[in-house]
Design a protein around this ligand. Structure first.
Ligand SMILES: [Ca+2]
Ligand SMILES: [Ca+2]
Ligand SMILES: [Ca+2]
Length: 445
C-alpha cells in the first residue's frame, strides 16, 4: 500500500513538472525536435575547415543542460571516385585490415560522417567549448522547423570518443546485430539468402522471417525453353565490410547461372545497415545475346514470414483495411488491390516493420508492370522454403520484363523496424526518406 501511494505521488509530481513545459510549448515558442530514428550523413566537403585534419583528432559532441559530452559517430572513407574504402577485406580465407586505408587517416571531401538524430542536443555558446577549433552542426526537421545541434571539434591529440557501438557485424555467417534488430544469412549452403530476422540482440531468438524469396521466370523462343530461378541459385561473395559504431557497410558481389552457357556477370553491390534499418539489395539479370528471343520474363521478390508473425496486421496506403495475418486467405485478402504501394507495414505483438523499395531508373521508366504480392496461407507448400506455409508473405511482382534490354537491373528493399512498433509508427520511419533532416554547418568563432 505504501508503495502504491508513493508511485501515485511520483506520477502526480511528474505531471506537475511536465505541465508548465508543455504549456509553454503550446504558445508556439520553440518546436520540439522529435526525430529519433534518422541517421544523419554529412560529406567531408561540408566540413571545409576540417579537411585534412587527422580523423583520430576529431570528436563529435552534444550539449545537454549546457554540458558537452561525446556522442557516437563514424567517418567512412571514400576514394576519389566516390567508392567506399571499407575497413576489412578478404585475402584468401582471412579477413584483414584494408591496406588501402591511409594511416594516419585524414578527413577528405568525399568521406562521410554519420551520427544519429536521437543523440543530438542543444545549442551551446563557443565559450563552453572544450577547444576553440569547432564547427556547429545545426540540424533542422523540415516538418516542424525544430532544431537540434551537435559540435565537431578538432583536438591537438586524440579526441575523446563515446564508447557506444550501436551495431555489430560478423562476416561468417553474415549476421548484423543491434539492440533493435538482429538479422542475416545463417544457411551456409545458401549464403545469398536472408533467412533470419529477430528483434533485440540475442541471435538465439526465433526468427520472424522464413526467408527472403526471389523468383524469376524467363520464356525463351516463344516458350520453347523455360527457365526458372530462385534465391538458392544466387551466388554471393562478401568482399569487404566496415563495422562501425553507427552503421555496417558491406560490399558483396552477386551472380546467377541462367542456363548452360548463359551466366550473369558478377555484379558488385554496397549495402548499408543501421541499428533499425536493414537493406536488401537485389539484382535481376535479363540475358541478352543475338538470336536469343525472350518472349516473357517476370520476377517476384517477397518476404515470407514465419508463423511467429501470426496475429499481426499488414497494411499499406492502397489497402482499404489492414489484412489479418493468420495463415488464412480471407475474401478481402484474395482480392487485394494489385497496385504496388510505396511502402507496406507489418505490426504485431513481436514488434513491427515498414518496408520500402527503390529501383533503378531503368525499371522506373520501363514499360513494365509492378504489382503488390500477398499470400497468407498456412497450407501453401513451396519447394524452396525452410518453414512450410506462407504467413503475411508480401512483396513485389514485376511482369513484362522481356521489354527491358539485356543486363542487370537493381532494386533495393529496406526494412525499418522496432520492437514496440505500433501502427502509425511507419510515419516516423518513412519521413527519414520523405522529409530528410536538413544540415547546416556553422563556423565557430
Ligand atoms: Ca560496430
Ligand atoms: Ca489472413
Ligand atoms: Ca514459408
Amino acid at each position: 500500500m505504501t508503495i502504491r501511494l508513493s508511485r501515485l505521488g511520483l506520477v502526480f509530481l511528474s505531471l506537475i513538472l511536465v505541465l508548465p513545459a508543455s504549456a509553454s510549448e503550446d504558445k508556439g515558442a520553440t518546436p520540439t525536435f522529435s526525430r529519433i530514428e534518422d541517421p544523419v550523413v554529412i560529406t567531408g566537403e561540408k566540413l571545409q575547415p576540417f579537411l585534412g585534419q587527422e580523423i583520430s583528432r576529431l570528436g563529435l559532441f552534444v550539449a545537454k543542460a549546457d554540458k558537452l559530452a561525446p556522442i557516437p559517430f563514424q567517418i567512412d572513407k571514400k576514394d576519389k571516385n566516390g567508392q567506399y574504402i571499407l575497413e576489412m577485406i578478404k585475402s584468401g580465407d582471412k579477413w584483414q585490415k584494408n591496406p588501402q586505408l591511409p594511416s594516419p587517416s585524414k578527413l577528405e571531401k568525399n568521406d562521410e560522417i554519420t551520427f544519429r538524430a536521437r543523440d543530438l542536443g542543444e545549442k551551446v555558446s563557443p565559450d563552453k567549448w572544450p577547444t576553440p577549433s569547432g564547427l556547429e552542426i545545426e540540424i533542422t526537421d523540415p516538418v516542424n522547423q525544430a532544431k537540434a545541434f551537435t559540435y565537431l571539434f578538432a583536438f591537438p591529440s586524440s579526441a575523446p570518443r563515446s564508447p557506444a557501438d550501436y551495431i555489430e557485424f560478423t562476416p561468417e555467417p553474415s549476421l548484423f546485430r543491434s539492440d533493435e534488430i538482429t538479422y542475416g544469412f545463417t544457411d551456409p549452403k545458401h549464403p545469398a539468402l536472408i533467412n533470419y530476422i529477430a528483434f533485440g540482440r540475442d541471435p538465439k531468438s526465433p526468427t520472424l522471417l522464413d526467408r527472403f524469396k526471389m523468383r524469376m521466370g524467363i520464356s525463351i523462343f516463344f516458350g520453347k525453353f523455360k527457365v526458372e530461378k530462385n534465391e538458392e541459385d544466387i551466388k554471393v561473395r562478401l568482399l569487404a565490410y566496415t563495422d562501425g559504431p553507427l552503421r555496417v557497410i558491406i560490399l558483396q558481389e552477386f551472380a546467377i547461372d541462367i542456363m548452360s552457357g548463359i551466366k550473369s556477370p558478377w555484379v558488385k553491390r554496397v549495402s548499408i545497415s543501421y541499428p533499425n534499418r536493414i537493406e536488401f539489395p537485389n539484382d535481376v539479370y535479363i540475358p541478352f545475346r543475338p538470336g536469343l528471343v525472350i518472349s516473357e520474363a517476370h520476377a517476384t521478390a517477397t518476404f515470407d514470414f514465419s508463423e511467429k508473425v501470426a496475429g499481426s496486421v499488414l497494411y499499406h496506403p492502397a489497402l482499404p483495411a489492414p489484412l489479418a495475418v493468420d495463415g488464412i486467405m480471407s475474401p478481402a485478402e484474395l482480392n487485394v488491390p494489385a497496385d504496388y504501394a510505396p511502402w507496406c507495414a507489418l505490426a504485431g505483438k513481436f514488434g513491427g516493420f515498414v518496408e520500402t523499395l527503390k529501383y533503378d531508373d531503368r525499371i522506373a521508366k520501363a514499360n513494365i508492370k509492378k504489382t503488390f504480392f500477398y499470400r497468407d496461407d498456412s497450407a501453401y507448400r513451396d519447394q524452396y522454403e525452410y518453414e512450410p506455409g506462407s504467413f503475411g508473405e508480401m512483396g513485389m511482382k514485376i511482369t513484362g520484363m522481356e521489354k527491358l534490354t539485356g543486363g542487370t537491373y537493381q532494386f533495393t528493399f529496406a526494412l525499418y523496424g522496432r520492437k514496440n512498433f505500433k501502427p502509425g509508427d511507419e510515419k516516423e520511419f518513412l519521413q527519414i526518406e520523405s522529409s530528410p533532416l536538413e544540415v547546416k554547418v556553422n563556423q565557430g568563432k
